[in-house]
Write a protein that binds this ligand. Structure first.
Ligand code: IDP
Ligand code: MG
Length: 148
């Protein structure tokens, strides 16, 4: 089983889409491992987006991520990293096809509702950046044999 980090970014909370997006992942068959509601500090945002340091949109991106609360979630499931990335769509909402989260709910490049880890290695690093080991709840849903 693979784990991945999802952030429902501040625009998602402001637009009251938290429940809608969580429902999509639940219905897909991913299982919740951890979830919390917090306003990211500048330090946390810098660490999370360290790979984008120096890019023209970096400062604006940090302001956006720290501008209001975020929901951080760890999802688990078969191929969870790529499943979540496919469900998110492309970075630019305007170029994301209908049926994807960004395609259905967004038209901005920056305010694109959601973050999902882009590799299993980055997922592991991001999960430990946003969560303490004790926050991760291991459990076996009763429908696991049916979901796969
Ligand atoms: P991703 O979230 O689809 O993986 P990344 O390239 O990793 O996209 O970029 C991280 C985040 O930075 C994006 O989700 C988006 O919020 C923002 N971003 C990326 N490219 C641009 C841009 O060209 N202008 C403004 N914001 C951007
Ligand atoms: Mg990315």
């Amino acid at each position: 089983m693979q784990r991945t980090l999802v952030l429902l970014k501040p625009d998602c909370i402001q637009r009251r889409l938290v429940g809608t997006l969580i429902q999509r992942f639940e219905q897909k068959g991913l299982r919740l491992v951890a979830m919390k509601f917090l306003q990211a500090s500048r330090d946390l945002a810098e660490k999370h987006y360290a790979v984008h340091k120096g890019k023209p949109f970096y400062e604006s991106l940090l302001s956006f991520l720290t501008s209001g609360p975020t929901v951080a979630i760890v999802w688990e499931g078969r191929e969870a990293v790529s499943v979540v990335r496919e469900m998110m769509g492309k970075t630019d909402g305007a170029k994301s096809p209908p049926g994807t989260i960004r395609g259905d709910y967004g038209i901005s490049v920056q305010n694109n509702l959601i973050h999902g880890s882009d590799s299993p290695e980055n997922a592991a690093a991001e999960v430990s950046l946003w969560f303490a080991p004790a926050d991760l709840v291991c459990h076996q849903p009763t429908d696991a044999a049916w979901i796969g």
